[in-house]
Write a protein that binds this ligand. Sequence first.
Ligand code: DON
Length: 578
Amino acid sequence: MSFVRAFGSAAALIALTPLAVLARAPDAPAAPQRVAEAPHAMVAAANPYAVQAGLKVLKAGGSAVDAAVAVQAMLGLVEPQSSGLGGGAFMVYYDAKTKKTVIYNGRETAPAGATADMFEENGQPLNHFVGVLSGRSIGAIGAIPMLAMAQREHGRLPWRSLFGEAERLADRGFPMSPRMARSVALFLRLAKTPDSIAFFTKADGTIYQAGDLFKNPAYAATLHRLAAEGPSALTRGEIADAIAAKAHEAPRPGTLTAADLAAYRPKMDAPLCRPYRAYVICAPPPPGGGVGVLEILGVLEHSDIATRGPKDPAAWGEFVAASRLGYADRDYYVGDPAFVHVPTQGLIDPAYDRARAALMPTDGLAAPAPTHGTPPGASAPGPDHTAEPGGTTDFAIVDADGNVVSMTTTVESVFGSGRTTHGFFLNNQLTDFSFTPLNEDGAPAANAVAPGKRPRSSMSPVIVFEKRADGSPGRFVMALGSPGGNSIIAYVAKALVGIIDWKMSAEDAIALPNIVARGAVVSVERGADPAVIAYLKEKGLNVEADQGEDSGLHAVVKTAHGYLGAADPRREGAPAGY
Ligand code: DON
């Protein structure tokens, strides 16, 4: 979903230009190299500075997790519209020595003072964008505490050594990238929060443009403390107090306290893995988005999409049908499993997915949106009103020992809540909760707000393995993921179908036009084959063609000679390895 469409009516009044259009503005510099190959190790991320920071750590003998810390520190500086110290993340980690995959869950939590109806006023859900910019949207931060947990377990270099590149660049300054500048211009047009104006206004009173030298000394100082003190630099003491104070500011103050920040605990989860064709795909379980991707693939396994190929409109018809069925289930059933029962295994159960696949020609391609099914283990929590707009990034890293990081990280919307402290933006992740506690028949929503609960996410970083004879994961094949709000599930599924079923190169599969079929609308990216659009319309689907579908897929793939990194042409990344 594009930023502006997601911002709904407030944005529609002001601007009708999806961010994806802006992403391909004519002032964009010559496209950076979208693929790289190297024998030992690889980093693929949405910004060249971040890639180079990660690569430097790897060359210095750091592990994939060490590099992930450096990449995140740099992304928070050069791509603050997407992720940073004030946000949350999911990481899939494969350990080459033990051959084990684990999930590090750095999803934000709702404060102790959160209530199920905090996004309602006068019995009505708040306008989404009003919620985003409110103090209520800010959750207890998770990305850095999660990275610290992973780095304690899998780091090789000292934590304090991982922030130097980003700290120096923040002090020295860097030319603002076209994409960051477009996000700034768009945000200031739509939101104009006092913090964002202060952040992006130059000494001469004008707004930073692409190519302007942008410095962030406050961020450098924060990184300095984070390097020296560890994650408690953010979750206890002066910075934590400042975060809480920001959340308590008008408009619509929230309840986040320094105690909520100190109480935050990242989690380790078992990965959710499912075989697909000759592979096994592992992703974060709920509240992450992996179950949606895996159900879509589980349905597609019963189609002939693999033999059709990307030029066949009927192949996209199958993709659309499977997507609608998968989204219907995930939208209905998924919330934080620490708080609600989620029939996760039931949704990827082979027999259940076969039964869903039988609906592809009827419900999958009918004008009315398909409804959820009843997977094994379901106990019907009910649908909700959750909207998920855009500002997120994804990266993949493999180190010289074969350890793998696949991570999606986010401040939720572009520049999160639009509130800053100490050089970074605070997330608006809590608007990923349902804005209403109950569904229309009065049943509780799976994704309703509750204190300490993690909001539902679509983030689906995956690691793909060869499938062993017994169905278990074998050798590493690739790491892949994307930003994109609830469209992430469709973007990741598309890339996996392209690479696995259509045998495309990672860069070509990533570049394929995005088609997102969730609910009543099928959103088709500009540049898609007109024959595909005609086919979907012929089926009676409500097709919105020429939409911005702004993925930011990044992948690292094992090759015969080492690794291939691939970056989405819709963003600014240039992978690199050694
Ligand atoms: O966790 C989620 O699903 C959302 N907060 C992600 C938002 C996003 O990907 C925006 N992307 N451009």
